[in-house]
Write a protein that binds this ligand. Structure first.
Ligand SMILES: Cc1cc2nc3c(=O)[nH]c(=O)nc-3n(C[C@H](O)[C@H](O)[C@H](O)COP(=O)(O)OP(=O)(O)OC[C@H]3O[C@@H](n4cnc5c(N)ncnc54)[C@H](O)[C@@H]3O)c2cc1C
Length: 401
């Protein structure tokens, strides 16, 4: 049987394969043995991020010129998948960090700001959070109410309320999306800002169902000094562009969680006896495994086109939505099936299968919910159909992600 990844390895450079091997060894040594304990404590240790930075995991997509690893999107996704097999919370943190917290300033910050923040954001010295979501702004990013005000001395200050922010209260620095003014038609102008986390007012670590070890945070911004990232008014465009890569990371995370859950179920089927036979001998369960395998392979196959397009410098938003939507729902289904195969034991916290199931669920919500992905996909195919049919018409609405 062909290993599902073996074809992908042909797309990796020798140095990328080496990195993947080293990352796999890092995860086996530093992450896998502690994931259950971190879940119990609902916290990832700070040293883990320092170690990850030193191992290159916090600058996977950044160019070597700024201290990054300059890996392809495909190699990055394979690393995220590998991390997720052992710890969904850490995989989510690494995915958010690389795609959003590094990707945003890398693509849009001034050279002066880049000099200030690189390589600290890549080598584990600084943890960074990326804050878009607010109580009234989730799928609809236009609902952002945090304001950025230009002070008389030419500096900016932020006031507002952010929630569900990964690594928020544990971070050292943050990228914050805010309303920096209105255009001539009264429409909100969005900009991105760089702030120091010490200046925020913490509210709480949000108690999540899955990814419990991740610091999902809520906080206020009260007269927080801020530095503009890139051009004023271009924050939303930059945020949405970064989310394309972000979605591929979430798709990869979902795949790792689905694979991990199914691996546990397979082992259980081979070792557990009922009615004098192994669970593996019951066709009803065998067929469940077959369905999981096909769906996870389909999800893997959907991840490749956007990665290739990224390598070619092509826009891959549509393909990222397709990959993220399918992988997150397939992984959730696979983890749910795996839990069912494991029976009562699967529902206990004695096994990681229930953790994978809870963690996979997040992938259907974060970085654009499944419904938002369906909006993006359906609008694009309708727009194409309009063009094909020679019918004029604008695609409806705009939304996150
Ligand atoms: C663990 C975790 C980590 C997160 N990390 C971050 C982070 O680091 N930074 C950050 O900025 N945000 C983060 N988020 C926020 C996340 O991106 C949002 O939760 C997500 O975008 C959905 O927004 P919402 O929760 O406000 O849901 P809502 O927008 O309130 O949506 C509720 C439901 O309605 C559906 N819906 C909404 N609009 C439509 C529509 N037009 N058509 C059909 N259905 C619709 C949604 O799909 C969803 O099912 C995180 C969230 C979680 C849970």
């Amino acid at each position: 049987m062909l290993h599902p990844h073996s074809l992908y390895y042909d797309h990796l450079k020798p140095a990328e394969l080496d990195f993947l091997r080293q990352a796999t060894a890092f995860v086996a040594r530093e992450v896998a043995p502690h994931a259950a304990e971190w879940e119990e404590r609902e916290e990832l240790p700070r040293e883990l991020f320092t170690q990850a930075g030193r191992a290159g995991l916090m600058g996977m997509l950044a160019p070597k010129a700024v201290g990054g690893q300059e890996l392809s999107m495909l190699c990055y996704c394979l690393v995220i998948e590998e991390i997720a097999r052992h710890c969904g919370a850490f995989a989510m943190n690494m995915a958010a960090h690389n795609a959003l917290c590094v990707g945003h300033p890398l693509g849009y910050a001034s050279d002066e700001l880049k000099r200030k923040i690189f390589p600290s954001v890549l080598n584990g010295d600084w943890m960074v959070a990326w804050a878009l979501t607010e109580p009234n702004a989730g799928s609809d990013t236009g609902g952002v109410e945090t304001t950025a005000t230009l002070r008389p001395d030419g500096t900016w200050e932020l006031n507002g309320h952010k929630t569900y922010i990964t690594m928020g209260l544990h971070s050292d620095r943050m990228i914050v999306m805010a309303v920096s003014g209105r255009d001539e038609r009264g429409k909100k102008e969005f900009s991105a800002f760089w702030i120091e986390t010490k200046d925020i007012t913490p509210v709480r670590k949000v108690p999540t169902s899955g990814v419990r070890a991740s610091n999902t945070s809520e906080f206020h911004l009260r007269q927080v000094p801020a530095e503009l990232i890139g051009a004023r008014g271009k924050g939303q465009h930059a945020a949405l562009a970064c989310l394309d890569g972000g979605r591929l990371g979430i798709a990869a995370m979902a795949l790792g969680l689905g694979r991990a859950a199914v691996a546990i179920a397979q082992e259980r089927m081979l070792t557990r006896q009922q009615f004098g036979r192994r669970l593996a001998d019951f066709q009803a369960l065998q067929f469940k495994l077959a369905d999981c395998e096909v769906e996870l392979r389909a999800a893997e196959a959907l991840l490749l086109p956007p990665c290739v397009m990224h390598a070619r410098g092509q826009k891959f938003s549509f393909e990222a939505s397709v990959a993220k939507l399918y992988a997150s729902e397939a992984a959730s289904r696979a983890a749910n099936t795996a839990l069912q195969i494991c029976g009562g034991w699967g529902y206990t916290r004695d096994t990681a299968v229930e953790r994978c199931w809870r963690d996979a669920r997040l992938c259907e919500i974060g970085e654009g919910s499944s419904e938002v992905q369906r909006l993006i996909i359906s609008r694009a195919v309708l727009k194409e159909a309009e063009a094909r049919c020679g019918l004029a018409g604008a695609a409806p609405g705009t939304a996150r992600t």
